[in-house]
Design a protein around this ligand. Sequence first.
Ligand code: HEC
Length: 135
Amino acid sequence: MRAAILLALGLFIGVVATVMTLGALRQGTPFHQGLMSVMAHHLGSLRAMGEPGTPADACSSQRVGAHLAMLRLAGDDLEAAFLPTMNDERFRQYASNYRDALDAAIAQPAQSCETAAQQAAALGDSCSACHRDFR
Ligand code: HEC
């Protein structure tokens, strides 16, 4: 009798542990972290264009433009990713400044690897401005 109860208890604990593990695995990445990772990837790609020995065709206006376009689109989701937890006038201002910086960069696409990397540095400042206060 005692063995049967212990066996039933063991099975029960096993089932509960499995359900909890499956639940934890299903949670996935929070949206704001995914968004920031995407932004970091595209900014990093632009920055890397400044590395010595980068072939000029790696910095064509198409390639630079594609990274800038992704960064600009991601900027539209900043509020969706962080509000309402960061429902703050300054947060909205930083998000808006970030989008302005990208609009300016897109209006004047880089002509070389060097200028692409310079643009990336300037855009990085608008990332850092928000991070200084909110990260
Ligand atoms: C308007 C505000 C804002 C702007 C603009 C912004 N970020 Fe962030 N970022 C945040 C906040 C807030 C966090 C902290 C999130 C957390 O810890 O949960 C963060 C965190 C991050 C992280 C760490 C993510 C993680 O998994 O913990 C990276 C990487 C990052 N940002 C990259 C960037 C890059 C690159 C840019 C510019 C291209 C940028 N961010 C622009 C607000 C911003």
